[in-house]
Ligand binder design. Structure first.
Ligand SMILES: Cc1cc2nc3c(=O)[nH]c(=O)nc-3n(C[C@H](O)[C@H](O)[C@H](O)COP(=O)(O)OP(=O)(O)OC[C@H]3O[C@@H](n4cnc5c(N)ncnc54)[C@H](O)[C@@H]3O)c2cc1C
Length: 467
């Protein structure tokens, strides 16, 4: 480990101060009790201590170790091996949302979705800390976490989404907590997936309601996939359950025709699709939801509050008055507006175009592509070169049947129009096929190889995998 003079002095001062720390043992401890306290062990993390001594290498701190953050870290190790890369996530392990709908109904094992942060960090040569990021000071370039502070030269935020329960419940935390804990949507937090899975497997029959929030939302086709797979679970296990999909949108989007046929041909007695169901009131205590398309009482529900940029994007001051709850950034480089050393990627980002599609789909595939783009941006800048403008692509497989395994697919390509705006071409594959089902696993394999084995191509575009 290399120390420069300034950090060495700071580190020595911190060590010298350590024996004095019992006086401020923990919040709420009285001074009288604290005098009896044992000396504070140096490695119990405190947000006031330096987490990692500073070496000479430029330091890149990535906040959020989901799809975007892990891809960025893996690609940075390849493109900028001279840099120190630090990845921070609050979770001890990575759990994949893609493929999780199959896991909910026991079509795949949890091991396929779960990955070990420390193993990948050691293997690829970056540092990982399991830590809650609590504060980001972009003026001083300091990240404060639950276990210490880190200064940085470059910052990448990949915080995912938050649920905007405020839009349903105002500041009524009790109602928001009841919705979140009793009827979680399992779209953002790992423990919600477990709660939902348990609820589904304890469900003996009755009415299951799931709502889809207004766009943009995380992975727009995946709630329909989830409805199909839950219906498949009811059908194969002879559970007298019925699913009502309350969709904010006027029709199923994307892959509308493919899903419509799956609902009608495979799950006629199990799924009812209701369009234009704008949520007006949610009552998690009496198990009711009122929408513009009617009122529904439920036995269980998957209640999905509208999505916005993850809390971290707000803590870092990246959400502007005009970015509609998403992180404001340059549409191509992903650089946070007004900050040449900070980037934001993945689901948290704001609109990328003034054309009607406006947002990239909030998908793992896009988060992966933006992770690559930002790793490239930073590595070029570190090398003193001007990065070129690069755009992502998107690809999503959606499973609609378990016996036989069948899936649909949607693809997106991007380029610039004559005015320099990002343009989108969408292709829906509405025919459900076993080949697409197989390709879903192949896609996940490619992604996991890149994120967890560092097998990433050094340049974009990726030799694009196409159905
Ligand atoms: C059911 C379901 C199915 C899906 N299927 C697909 C699919 O088939 N294909 C596809 O492309 N996409 C799919 N997606 C979408 C995909 O999961 C997201 O688009 C993707 O995870 C976005 O990546 P991200 O890096 O932006 O956010 P995330 O992957 O959510 O990562 C954010 C990370 O930040 C961490 N974090 C947040 N705040 C803090 C903090 N304060 N301190 C420390 N850590 C923090 C979180 O713990 C998390 O690990 C699906 C999503 C769901 C829910």
């Amino acid at each position: 480990m290399t120390f420069d003079r300034r950090t060495f002095i700071a580190a020595s001062a911190a060590t010298a101060a350590a024996p004095l720390l019992p006086a401020c043992a923990s919040p709420g401890t009285s001074n009288a009790a604290a005098t009896d306290a044992a000396p504070y062990p140096a490695f119990i993390g405190k947000s006031t201590q330096t987490l990692l001594p500073r070496g000479k290498a430029p330091r890149i701190v990535i906040c959020g170790g989901g799809w975007g953050g892990l891809t960025t870290a893996a690609n940075l190790r390849q493109l900028a091996p001279q840099a120190e890369v630090v990845l921070l996530d609050r979770n001890p392990v990575f759990f994949s949302s893609p493929l999780s709908n199959m896991w909910l109904v026991n079509m795949v094992d949890g091991e396929l979705l779960t990955h070990d942060y420390l193993r990948v960090a050691n293997k690829l040569g970056y540092k990982f800390f399991q830590a809650e990021v609590q504060q980001i000071d972009r003026d001083r370039r300091i990240v404060t976490t639950s276990v210490g502070t880190l200064d940085y030269d470059w910052l990448v935020l990949a915080p995912g989404i938050r649920y905007n329960y405020e839009s349903w419940f105002g500041n009524d935390r009790q109602a928001a907590d009841a919705a979140r804990t009793r009827f979680p949507s399992a779209y953002a937090s790992n423990s919600e997936f477990l709660t939902l899975k348990r609820a589904l497997h304890n469900f003996k029959g009755g009415e299951l309601v799931m709502n889809l929030p207004p766009p943009p939302q995380r992975c727009p086709p995946s709630p329909y996939e989830r409805a199909c797979l839950i219906a498949w679970h009811f059908k194969t296990n002879k559970i007298k359950g019925h699913i009502t999909i309350l969709d904010h949108k006027p029709s199923i989007m994307p892959i509308g025709q493919g899903y419509k046929l799956a609902f009608e041909e495979l799950y006629k007695d199990f799924i009812t699709y209701v369009p234009n169901a704008h949520v007006q009131e949610v009552d998690p205590f009496n198990q009711r939801i009122r929408t513009a398309a009617g009122d529904h009482k439920f036995d269980h529900a998957i209640l999905m509050a509208p999505h916005k940029a993850g809390d971290l994007a707000w803590l870092a001051g990246t959400v502007s008055k005009t970015s509609d709850g998403w992180a404001d950034m340059d549409e191509v480089t992903m650089q946070i507006k007004g900050d040449e050393r900070a980037y934001v990627i993945g689901d948290a980002i704001a609109a990328v175009s003034t054309l009607p599609f406006r947002y990239y789909p909030k998908s793992a595939h896009i988060a992966n592509r933006l992770g690559r783009i930002v790793a490239y941006q930073i590595s070029e800048k570190l090398a003193g070169r001007a990065p070129e403008r690069r755009l992502p692509d998107n690809l999503c497989y959606m499973v609609v049947n378990g016996t036989p395994g069948q899936a649909l697919n949607v693809q997106f390509d991007y380029d610039f129009d004559a005015q320099g705006r990002v343009r989108q071409v969408q292709r829906d594959y509405n025919e459900r096929t076993p080949a697409l089902f197989k390709d879903d696993f192949r896609w996940a394999d490619f992604m996991f190889e890149e994120m967890f084995a560092g097998i990433a191509p050094p340049v974009l575009p990726y030799p694009a995998y196409r159905a």
